[in-house]
Design a protein around this ligand. Structure first.
Ligand code: ADP
Ligand code: ASP
Ligand code: MG
Length: 469
């Protein structure tokens, strides 16, 4: 059995959805189970409507946006060229879901308040709609298919917006619900991204979470492989939108893929590898628009013999905070106090570096958390500042973090030197650099306005791509 997950672009129009149906048809013998994202941009639109619903009287703007979401699906239905009965059925399903969504948005607008639970319910509609279009397209190709809402088997905790799956109970339910379908040759078309608590309240797995749904399902059904179909030729040495010379990575390990996605490579959700790691199920990343391309294989050990870097990632628009002062030298535990303070404020630290002179500590956090982080650090170190052991706690917005990732970097000497030289030659100013304790990555902080150039310089130096496209 193969679980096949399709991303938003892959189901972004009638034409794309018909291609997906053709693709799945070609793998009918492998007992495919389909997981799909919302159509492209729909989740963003839902998020925007949810936001608008809490900011005063925006009923008309919301109604317009809802009509636009409906129109995207209506246009796609027309383009699917179904037989009249199938088309009428599909329109009825979509209309009724849009009506329910409209009512939810109205309630939120009246209340003027949106809880994380309410937000998850609104965001879930993208996938609740798309499954029906994909299932109808498959049926039209003569492949028996049925739309399945993951809330019927994927049980999660109640961390709304970022829920964790409860795998044991989900597995039981998934087997019971889906195996009979698979065995009789019906393709389940399952909503990505969403689940439900034990009480049946809708949750989401975090933005981009349909990849995670794919591997959760792979785990639950003990699939042979999980294929993640997207809009690029697999995981590449860098984001091809920023580095046009980026190349496909043939093989990588779970560990490398996790590290890469943790540092911002959007191609896979950071938690995707967790469920498959237990069973060693391979994950394959492939391009719906170029299905012949082999893509990337993600396996427990990847390409163990490979040396050097696997890939470069970029996280934009972050904030950097520097704690500076000669009095910090030799004072035990400053770094751990920084961590404790951040943990208490629930701020995730993406990067930390302490200069060898011990005169300063630099941390990088999400921009949205930057102001809070600076304020709590100033409070935490107030007495040191008064005693002049610390000169200042300084905030600097607009930095980016580049990570060079790969297990082959563990024994690789001279990597940092190579990176520095490349950036020096490219005239890029390096603000800070650190090596992760796992030795799986080197991270570099640069000004955001120089990040693309920095990424290209490092890519050219590590992969010999200067002048190549
Ligand atoms: P999907 O909708 O299929 O889930 P996403 O937009 O979430 O697709 O992820 C695919 C995108 O990830 C690509 O279009 C690409 O721009 C971006 N990306 C970032 N880093 C990488 C990388 N290292 N390799 C491939 N794609 C990457
Ligand atoms: N539709 C969801 C999102 O846009 C989940 C996904 O596409 O992976 O975040
Ligand atoms: Mg994605």
């Amino acid at each position: 059995m193969i679980v096949m997950k399709f991303g938003g672009t892959s189901v972004g129009s009638a034409e794309r959805i018909r291609d997906v149906a053709q693709l799945v048809k070609g793998y009918q013998k492998s007992q495919p189970v389909v997981v799909t994202s919302a159509m492209t941009q729909i989740t963003n639109q839902l998020e925007e409507m949810a936001r608008l619903a809490t900011t005063g009287n925006r009923k008309r703007v919301i109604a317009k946006k809802l009509a636009a979401v409906k129109a995207v699906h209506d246009t796609a239905i027309t383009g699917l060229q179904l037989d009249p009965t199938a088309e009428a059925n599909l329109r009825e399903i979509i209309d009724s879901k849009i009506a329910i969504l409209g009512n939810i948005l109205k309630s939120v607008t009246s209340l003027g308040e949106l809880t994380p639970r309410g937000r998850d319910l609104i965001l879930s509609f993208g996938e609740r709609l798309s499954i029906h279009l994909v299932a109808a397209a498959l049926n039209a190709q003569g492949v028996p298919a049925i739309a399945v809402n993951a809330t019927d088997f994927l049980v999660t905790d109640d961390t709304f917006n970022d829920a964790q799956p409860l795998l044991t109970i989900s597995k039981k339910k998934a087997q019971k619900l889906l195996m009979p379908l698979v065995q009789k040759g019906t393709v389940p078309v399952v909503t990505g991204f969403i689940g439900a608590t034990r009480d049946g309240v809708t949750t989401t797995l975090g933005r981009g979470g349909s990849d995670f749904s794919g591997t959760i399902l792979g785990y639950c059904l003990d699939a042979d492989e999980v294929w993640i179909w997207t809009d690029v030729n697999g995981v590449m040495t860098s984001d091809p939108r920023v580095v046009p010379a980026a190349r496909t990575i043939e093989r990588m390990s779970y560990e490398e893929a996790s590290e890469l996605s943790y540092f911002g490579a959007k191609v896979i959700h950071p938690r995707t590898m967790i469920p498959t790691a237990e069973l060693g199920i391979p994950i394959v990343i492939k391009n719906t628009m170029n299905p012949e391309h082999p893509g990337t294989q993600i396996t427990p050990n990847g390409d163990a013999a490979a040396k050097g870097a696997k890939a470069l990632t970029l996280m934009k628009d972050l904030a950097m905070i520097t704690i500076q002062g000669k009095g910090m030298r030799g004072v035990f535990g400053t770094a751990s106090r920084v961590f404790d303070t951040m943990a208490a404020a629930k701020v995730n630290v993406l990067f930390i570096s302490q200069a060898s002179s011990e005169n300063n500590i630099t941390i990088v956090v999400e921009k949205a958390a930057g102001q809070v982080a600076t304020r709590v650090l100033r409070q935490a170190f107030a007495s040191e500042v008064r005693a002049k052991r610390i000169d200042f706690v300084e905030y600097h917005g607009g930095v980016s973090l580049i990570a060079v990732v790969g297990t082959g970097m563990r024994q690789h000497v001279g990597m940092a030197g190579k990176i520095f030289t490349a950036l020096g030659n490219g005239d890029v100013n390096v603000i800070a650099i650190a090596q992760g304790s796992s030795e799986l990555n080197i991270t570099i902080v640069v000004e955001s306005n120089e990040d693309a150039k920095a990424l290209q310089c490092i890519h050219d130096a590590l992969y010999n791509t200067k002048g190549k496209k």
